[in-house]
Design a protein around this ligand. Sequence first.
Ligand code: GCU
Length: 607
Amino acid sequence: MTKALSLIFFLVLITSSIFSQDPLIANVYNRNTTSLNGDWKYIIDPYENGYYNYRYEPFDQQESPWASAFFLNSKPKNPADLIEYDFDQMEDIQVPGDWNSQDPRLLYYEGTLWYKKSFNYTSNDAASRAFLYFEASNYKTEVYLNGRKLGTHIGGFTPFNFEITDIIKEKDNFLIVKVDNKRLKEGIPTLNTDWWNYGGLTRDVKLIETAPNFIQDYFIQLDQNDNKKIKGYVKLNGNDIAEKQVRILIPELDINEAYKTDNEGHITLDIHHDNIEYWSVDKPKLYDVSIQSSESKTTDQIGFRTIRTEGTEILLNDKPIYLKGISIHEESPISGGRGHSQEDAEQLLTWAQELGCNYVRLAHYPHNEHMVRLADKKGILVWEENPVYWTISWDNKDTYQNAENQLSELIERDKNRASVIIWSMANETPNVPARNIFLTKLSEYTRAKDDTRLISAALEQKDYNGNPLVRTIEDPYAEVVDILSFNQYIGWYDGLPEKCETISWKIEQDKPVLISEFGAGAKHGLHGDKNARWTEEYQEDLYIKTLAMLDNIENIQGISPWILIDFRSPRRVLPKIQDGWNRKGLMSEDGNRKKAFYVLQKYYEKK
Ligand code: GCU
């Protein structure tokens, strides 16, 4: 093989191994699963001693004579053996859960931590296939089962799975996972964020058992240009998937349609129906949808709705809607740390509804799937966001591919959720040519993958023609988005709340406008003059004056103030006020409401 060819081969090998997981299995909620949640053993490995030898060569591909790679789970065979680790004598850590909240040594830890889980496995059917599914793991994850590397995943907030049919055993399986949450300049997100870098297996881990030829993926949504047409596809996975029958059943609509798969096990569906009850905020109708093939069946609860823009309006089922929103970070109001549970989702979305919201901005990365499935049930519209945050390495091709992979995994996971109406490409990114190319390419990719939702991003405002009293959006990427969203902090980072009374807005794009962030910090229980920073009165006054200012923006169609609850951030170090927390929440981290909560609640009552 020539040098050039071998280099190409090597690059393909590396790239494919970086993103080497198997095609995502849709709707894990309704599969034959075995949970691997619970107690795992863990080793903190800041020098990655379990992965590299002293010459910094990875054990990953071969055993080294000097020491044992941790993924082998080695045990001494005789007293003379040299093994310098033993998972089984280590402490337990809970999965799912970030490591920062589970061990005081790990609150600020950024590096590698090894997890190990031993388990037995009895299959219901000798012919079945087995997959290992991770709902999320932050940030770089390398997975080994019984000493064999399954693959690597990059990205902290989206699911991935590996087939383990030929590796899993009846007894004594040992699953070892290396998770490294070091921030990287070329990462997505990059080095600098205003949130806690929670590391680890932060969401569920489970085994999925499937038939040899099973329903791996499907997309079933209303055609956005014909609200009497349900469209999409079903994809089978296996060795015998061509020319197979697939049925789509929606009993409530008397739909029972049969299709024949093509050579790739794929069908395209196109179902006409005159009496579909549309999913809406007031009546979030979900239909039981069953997908059946000869060997496999899965059911899902799917809402059918259209979402589009017309001029400066957002139309849900062809009716204008104002998005009464709030921004939310994924932190558990119950146990602290990364949220992941159904209970976390219930609490956060209940508080959002008590605030009067019909819409939430899930910032700044994909939240757990409970949130969007619950939003489907509650009738809450959702903005989901890819963590292209602040100053990314715009010129780096691997960084773009990483951003596209993470966005693809988010869309794969949530494409059947009626509540999700906006895919957000980014947050507060600089208006420079390389970023405009990066985000435009990401937007084109997204539209090609899913044309049933709108595209936006949190942009930044600026002076209009150099006049600081008139603000505008001047950004080439504003021509690409469907909804023009931007963050503004007049009265907090830009003057005092009274400044809101001197500012006017000139939005020249003929698009709906969303204010994706505004807010002010307040320590719950700290009271004083409204011009005294950090008092609840300051935050309350900021909300009163900002809401009055925003009412003067002509094509404003919604807001998602920053933020529902105080959240951890290493950037916020003011003693006795922040102490490692961003205090812009309308509630404290333990759920106590601040005065501004009631200002926004009253404002939404009148909307
Ligand atoms: C920015 C950013 C948020 C951040 C907030 C703040 O707009 O988007 O992630 O937390 O401002 O400064 O509190």
